[in-house]
Design a binder for this molecule. Structure first.
Ligand code: ADP
Ligand code: MG
Length: 290
């Protein structure tokens, strides 16, 4: 199996047959990534024990760590990726999927009471991102990036302490981390987040539904118009549903800006950088080109 949806982690994904059952081995030999992969497996394991409507999580069977590598063994999910699924879905199925996402986040919200997160958590994160952007040679001399950072700094500094739900989140809930099997959706690639908030899952969902990030990463040709219509549709429903929450209305924008900046800080690919500059300029209401 060669996955069409490429992740960023550089982990190796292998499908193995063990006693007539198929498993996925996700492994890394990068010691800098060991802790992250172990934490990811723990988070996925915990989520696989919760019952969600239509949302499932592949069960983790083992996490093996040696001096050379970490290998996580989980259930193999026979599935389609989001592009294959969206290309073959009518609006009824898209509605079903959107509702499943809403149920999932609502369930997280039940376990995530609104708490006060000091604004420093966000401004410290922003300061760290700022330093990394300035150290990235592909960004440091770019005038548009400079304008983006300047405007973002104003947004981040204007934040008071944040009253947002804290407790549970997937951590990287883009469409590329959802495997589609009919009307069941399997979540993979969990990630520790700097604030464990369902709010950040909404930010990640909308990174795709509003900003179509995962399509940028997709390696084969697909029906862009159809995907655009479907994403816009999903986005309208998600945004409409969660707009009833004050924390969503107040913090979605600054947290989405921070989310894109966190991708920007490590970006090297020219196409990805132009995409990020365009989306960030849009969110910050800056002209597209200086
Ligand atoms: N449990 C699984 N069952 C089937 N395919 C999987 C499974 N886990 C991962 N994959 C495949 O590997 C791809 C990358 O997996 P992912 O965990 O998202 O890696 P990365 O951290 O690199 O993003 C997925 O898009 C999917 O195609
Ligand atoms: Mg992934």
């Amino acid at each position: 199996m060669t996955p069409e949806v490429q992740g960023h982690s550089g982990c190796l994904i292998k499908v193995v047959n063990d006693g007539n059952n198929l498993f996925v081995l996700k492994g890394t030999t990068d010691p800098g990534y060991f802790n992250r992969l172990v934490a990811q497996a723990r988070k996925q394991q915990a989520a696989s024990e919760v019952a969600y409507q239509h949302i499932r999580v592949p069960r983790i069977h083992s996490v093996e760590q040696t001096a050379e590598q970490v290998v996580v063994k989980m259930d193999y999910v026979y599935s389609k990726n989001f592009v294959e699924h969206f290309e073959n879905s009518g609006f009824e199925q898209i509605d079903y999927f959107t509702r499943a996402l809403i149920y999932f986040v609502e369930k997280e919200l039940e376990r995530s009471p609104v708490q006060t997160v000091p604004s420093k958590v966000v401004t410290d994160k922003f300061a760290d991102v700022y330093r990394k952007v300035m150290r990235n040679p592909a960004l440091a001399e770019d005038a548009q990036v400079a304008a983006i950072m300047e405007r973002s700094e104003i947004v981040m500094k204007s934040l008071d302490n944040l009253d947002i739900p804290v407790g549970q989140c997937h951590g990287d809930l883009t469409f590329s981390n959802i495997l589609f099997n009919g009307n069941n959706y399997f979540l993979i690639d969990f990630l520790d987040s700097f604030i464990e908030s369902p709010m950040l899952d909404l930010v990640k969902i909308r990174q795709d539904s509003a900003h179509r990030w995962s399509q940028l990463m997709f390696t084969r040709k697909f029906d862009q118009v159809r995907l655009r219509i479907i994403c816009d549709y999903i986005d309208r429903i998600i945004d409409g549903h969660f707009s009833k929450y004050t924390w969503y209305r107040d913090y979605y924008l600054p947290l989405q800006i921070l989310n894109f900046l966190r991708i920007l800080q490590y970006a090297h690919n020219e196409e990805v950088i132009s995409y990020l500059k365009r989306e960030l300029s849009d969110l910050l209401q800056l002209p597209d080109k200086l």
